[in-house]
Design a protein around this ligand. Structure first.
Ligand SMILES: C[S@@+](CC[C@H](N)C(=O)[O-])C[C@H]1O[C@@H](n2cnc3c(N)ncnc32)[C@H](O)[C@@H]1O
Length: 231
């Protein structure tokens, strides 16, 4: 009989495969982020990955930065189990701690040099929940520390958001995924009150205590911003 972890692993490896097909440059995203972190962080940095999922970004960061250490936090125990096994098999367990929970529930008071949040923020409604996440991350950074935030972004009132969505759906078709996947993406991407415009996320970031926002990557509806905790 298959163990629960084995099943979770299968699900998670299907998750990784699906994410690579759904999002252009999903595999490169951690290294795009790391390229920016390497220009800013000290030789021995501490980095927090919020919504770490199956641990792909943490695995990539740890592989390239042997002198950095990491904390990953995610409310899904199943995802954290898979991340733990993945990081153990990559020999990175001693430098990566994983916590089941949210940034608000992280134990201790440690401040990190940087944080990443990949494909997490757009899942949260803009009813105070997004702001709480951003404030929670900001509280956990050293002054001047940076957040790399990669999320779906768009303004449903603007034609360019809809044309970016259509192009993304064509990309998904080109990846050989079935029409049902396109329908699922269309339905989940365009969620009023969780997909927010660039102007709104900039406002929320500023409100949460960040400054100096700059775009580091954009494709289809996926948008990655760098923001620094104001001194
Ligand atoms: C689409 S997955 C992305 C996972 C990973 N960052 C990646 O790039 O593959 C979204 C993750 O966000 C987590 N999540 C949902 N709400 C969260 C919250 N409030 N704080 C942190 N993570 C959250 C989910 O459990 C899930 O693992």
């Amino acid at each position: 009989m298959k163990s629960e972890l084995h099943e979770r692993f299968q699900e998670a490896s299907q998750y990784d495969t699906m994410m690579k097909r759904l999002f252009a440059a999903y595999e490169q995203l951690p290294l795009i982020m790391l390229s920016h972190l390497r220009t800013r962080l000290p030789a021995e940095a501490r980095v927090l990955d919020v919504g770490c999922g199956s641990g792909s970004a943490l695995g990539a960061f740890a592989a390239h930065q042997p002198d950095w250490s990491f904390v990953g936090v995610d409310p899904s125990a199943a995802m954290v189990d898979v991340a733990r096994a993945k990081l153990a098999s990559a020999g990175a367990s001693d430098r990566v701690s994983l916590v089941v929970g949210t940034v608000e529930s992280l134990p201790g008071e440690e401040a990190f040099d940087a944080a990443t949040a990949i494909l997490v923020e757009h899942l949260l409604p803009d009813d105070g929940t997004k702001l709480r996440l951003l404030e929670g991350v900001c509280r956990r950074l050293v002054p001047g520390g940076c957040l790399l935030l990669a999320s779906l972004r768009g303004d449903l009132g603007e034609a360019k958001t809809h044309s970016a969505l259509e192009a993304w759906l064509e990309f998904i078709a080109l990846q050989g995924l079935p029409p049902e996947t396109q329908a699922m993406v269309r339905q989940r991407a365009i969620v009023e009150d969780s997909l927010v415009s660039e102007a709104r996320i900039l406002e929320l970031l500023e409100h949460a205590g960040f400054a100096g926002m700059e775009r580091i990557y954009q494709v289809h509806l996926l948008d990655a911003l760098l923001a620094s905790k104001a001194f």
